[in-house]
Design a protein around this ligand. Structure first.
Ligand SMILES: [Zn+2]
Length: 80
């Protein structure tokens, strides 16, 4: 697939790391996991969920509460 270079407006491959005409660097190569995360994040269903609520923050909050509870239980049961 061909895209237009934003710098010199020549047609270049979207696979190209840099423009062969002017040398403009197209993009930092994303790591596969970052690419996967971006793809996942841009799914319409995920977008809907993210809009509805900050589910990530809620998950972190619940996780923190569980860790604190487990810590408290361990403290109680290990006390003499
Ligand atoms: Zn160019």
């Amino acid at each position: 697939m061909l895209i237009e270079c934003p710098e010199c407006h020549q047609q270049i491959s979207d696979e190209a790391v840099s423009c062969p005409h002017c040398g403009k660097v197209m993009k930092a190569q994303p790591s596969p996991s970052q690419e996967f995360f971006d793809t996942w994040r841009n799914q319409p269903e995920v977008k809907k969920i993210r809009k509805a609520q900050g589910c990530y923050n809620v998950g972190m909050l619940i996780l923190t509460i569980i860790i604190v509870l487990v810590g408290l239980l361990l403290f109680i049961f290990s006390a003499p």
